[in-house]
Design a protein around this ligand. Sequence first.
Ligand SMILES: [Ca+2]
Ligand SMILES: [Ca+2]
Ligand SMILES: [Ca+2]
Length: 134
Amino acid sequence: MRLFVAVALLGLVAGNSEPMKEAAMFDGVDNDHDGYLSHGELKALFFLFDPNHDKTITKQEFTTDWVSKFQLGNERQAHALFQKADQTDDGLLKMDDLPFIFQAFDLNGDDRVDMNEFLTKWGDLELYVVKSAN
Ligand SMILES: [Ca+2]
Ligand SMILES: [Ca+2]
Ligand SMILES: [Ca+2]
């Protein structure tokens, strides 16, 4: 199932325009609808996973939102992604992790994230999760 998701995402990047949760999420946070996510817009996406709005995303918050609220995957995936996103290694996702995450998504370094970069990176993350779960 996980592999299927990864393959489906790769298909999407290759030009399949089938609507996906990830694409809908991109559109949802692209506030000015210019087709790019700015730093602020990526931050907004990040903090979708912070239901109590204390600017700190705990593993519990992330996992609950990932699995139940957005139904993006299972608990194991959520844990793997949380760990990867926690660049400062303090066990929490906060503002200080954001620049690293933005950089990871901004593949061509033009200081904005387009849909293709977003889905490509998301596909990479899915593959990463598939690998680390084995
Ligand atoms: Ca935008
Ligand atoms: Ca929080
Ligand atoms: Ca870019």
